[in-house]
Design a binder for this molecule. Structure first.
Ligand SMILES: [Zn+2]
Length: 278
């Protein structure tokens, strides 16, 4: 289980109408929404991985400390949410170092995992992650094409965790195989769009094939009261707003329906169960 801890105005679908330099004027809702998610997990004894946006850690350091104190894994989502493949290597290295330092100082623990904004991972970024001490990335959907998802060398269709560099793993977001197509089944608009019995069927199918299931969600997805912005492309408005009102109860049902762990526990178990280099 993973949560990308960022606020409603920081998502790619709203970028065309919400300029980066207006973030400071926006209503911060991430703390309240994340606290609600922590409560839902606490009630169920679920531990997850929170990929923290550095900008949020800057504004709400107490929230990051609370997440860590509850035993969730603290991982990194970069600082400014720029798409990785739109940055230079140097810009990415600076953005990552800023976020990593902030998060590590708040928790006192090594940050081992990274997720790229809007899954925009690319090969040279893996080398930067390794240079800065990271052990895994979780940004790839190995079997699907999407207008802005990144791509990585060394991925294999249907293999959920891949050692893409010595000692460094990619932990893929889950897809369900339907015929020759891999359909993203790890969260986002898909989770809110499909009927719940269908979504649950897909998760069971993935688990039934003997592979782990990786899910992601954002705090703004359980916030039907978030400010609505006009002027969006219809496809972007649909992806962002579809079924927000029923997302919290559905996520609670998902938490109840399966056993969950932080990403790092999944990875450590995976490594233990396989000889090095396999
Ligand atoms: Zn994000």
């Amino acid at each position: 289980m993973s949560i990308d801890v960022e606020d409603w105005f920081q998502v790619e679908n709203l970028k065309a109408v919400i300029a980066r330099d207006t973030w400071d004027e926006r209503e911060l809702r991430v703390e309240r929404n994340t606290d609600r998610m922590l409560e839902l997990m606490r009630e169920r004894g679920v531990k997850c991985t929170c990929f923290i946006l550095g900008w949020v850690a800057d504004k709400r350091p107490g929230l990051i400390k609370r997440i860590a104190a509850e035993g969730h894994e603290i991982a990194c989502h970069g600082y400014g949410h720029g798409l990785v493949y739109s940055l230079t290597r140097e810009q990415f290295a600076q953005d990552l170092a800023r976020a990593t330092g902030l998060i590590r100082d708040l928790t006192g623990a090594k940050v081992r995992g990274y997720r790229a904004p809007s899954f925009s991972i690319t090969d040279w970024a893996i080398d930067v992650l390794r240079e800065q001490g990271y052990e895994y990335d979780s940004s790839a959907f190995p079997t699907v094409a999407h207008d802005r998802y990144g791509k990585l060398e060394g991925m294999r269709a249907g293999v959920p965790i891949v050692e893409i560099r010595p000692g460094f793993h990619e932990v893929c977001i889950s897809c369900v195989q339907l015929g020759s197509k891999g359909v993203p089944w790890g969260g986002g608009g898909y989770f809110r769009l499909f009927p719940w019995p269908l979504f649950r069927w897909g998760v069971r199918r993935i688990l039934g094939s003997g592979t782990p299931y990786v899910f992601y969600i954002h705090p703004w997805e359980i916030d039907a009261g978030q400010p609505r912005v006009g002027g969006l492309k219809r496809s972007h408005a649909f992806r962002h707003y579809v079924n927000l009102g029923r997302c919290e109860s559905r996520w609670a049902a998902l938490l109840d329906a399966f056993r969950w762990s932080p990403m790092i526990d999944l990875l450590d178990d995976w490594k233990r169960s396989r000889p090095a280099g396999d």
